[in-house]
Write a protein that binds this ligand. Structure first.
Ligand code: HEM
Length: 226
């Protein structure tokens, strides 16, 4: 996997996706499971439909970046599970969005401005898609929970993944440019590669002080991109 910083585009897309998915999962489930007034239900549903429909192009951009990333970097054995779960989150989010659009038995209206007629009218198909939307949102909820628990676990074990997924530490360049830079860098500069502790000079049993760049190198070797 790569060992460089996230780009600003990756950070922005990550937090936008996190907000839209968490918001629509929480409010959608709340409206479906609790006794909410019909007025409130229709406001919430209209808001969520508008927001998630607008989110679709951003999600597609993220998928392109993800596929591009997977094509250029080899997944190391220690990151197989995380990569699998991340890929599953992309796949299930795609299914949630697709079933959401297809199950609409009325026009999809985006904040009262844009309107698209329903794509499917067959009632049986619509009810199947409605069930698929409910099931895929439940799976997505489980995966998001797993993802959050993994973040908490990493943070508690000293791996500052949240710090890396911030604008403060992101690289202000295009994701494709960043990839070119890291290829050039890795051909000449081995400091960007993960060096296991065994490669440190072993003079006696005394602990070696970490070099000043240690945190940075240690951080970079754990970088996972979404
Ligand atoms: C990230 C994307 C999305 C998430 C996380 C999400 C989440 C949810 C959740 C949790 C529910 C409640 C499910 C249940 O009844 O148990 C729901 C219902 C619903 N969703 Fe989505 N949704 C998304 C995208 C969409 C899209 C793109 C549309 C349509 C354009 C849509 C339309 C609807 C509608 C109409 C309902 C209400 C269904 C009913 O009345 O039973 N959703 N959504």
């Amino acid at each position: 996997m790569s060992h460089h910083k996230y780009t600003w585009a990756q950070v922005a897309l990550h937090w936008l996706s996190a907000f839209v998915i968490l918001w629509s999962l929480c409010t959608g489930s709340y409206v479906a499971l609790f006794n909410v007034s019909p007025h409130m239900k229709s406001i919430m549903t209209a808001l969520n439909i508008s927001m998630t429909t607008l989110f679709i192009p951003f999600f597609l951009m993220r998928v392109v970046l993800r596929v591009n990333h997977l094509r250029h970097y080899t997944v190391v054995p220690g990151e197989l599970l995380a990569t699998f779960v991340h890929n599953l989150i992309y796949l299930i989010t795609g299914m949630v969005l697709l079933t959401g659009v297809l199950m609409m038995d009325r026009s999809i209206t985006v904040f009262g401005a844009l309107s698209m007629p329903p794509l499917i009218t067959n009632p049986q198909l619509l009810s199947g898609l409605h069930a698929a939307h409910q099931q895929s949102t439940a799976i997505l909820g489980g995966l998001v929970l797993l993802h959050l628990l993994a973040v908490v676990k990493h943070e508690f074990s000293g791996n500052r993944i949240l710090k890396r997924m911030s604008f403060q530490t992101s690289a202000w360049e295009s994701p494709l440019r960043a990839r070119e830079d890291i290829s050039r860098q890795s051909a000449t500069d081995h400091s960007s590669m993960w060096a296991p502790p065994a490669t440190a000079p072993s003079t006696g049993n005394a602990r070696q002080p970490m070099p000043s760049m240690a945190d940075d190198v240690r951080d970079r070797r754990r970088i996972r991109r979404h």
